[in-house]
Ligand binder design. Structure first.
Ligand SMILES: [Zn+2]
Length: 102
């Protein structure tokens, strides 16, 4: 229960806080963009089974691999996609902390 609450808070609410702190002049747009980065979880549809509660996403799913995370780090340096990079990296952090709970 605590893990589930933490997971969804980090996926949904924390990006709002990050947007408000770091992109205050357009925090609502930044929050929406960061929420949209949850589309990265579409890579789960390529896995068999699609959902496995005890599986760590990091390093398993294509868009959650370390090379992909490296690409998100590089994206951070290009300002036009920085908000997307922040959303993706925070998403990876959220999924990583899930692995840590396992
Ligand atoms: Zn994920």
């Amino acid at each position: 229960m605590l893990q589930t609450t933490l997971h969804y808070s980090l996926h949904l609410l924390a990006p709002g806080l990050i947007a408000w702190v770091f992109f205050r002049d357009r925090w609502q747009q930044a929050w929406l963009i960061m929420l949209a980065t949850m589309l990265v979880d579409l890579d789960h549809l390529l896995a068999v089974p699609v959902f496995a509660p005890d599986r760590c996403s990091i390093g398993f799913h294509w868009l959650h691999t370390y090379p992909a995370i490296g690409a998100y780090c590089l994206m951070w340096f290009w300002k036009p996609v920085r908000i997307i990079a922040v959303g993706l990296l925070f998403h990876m952090f959220t999924d990583w902390q899930d692995c840590w709970w396992m």
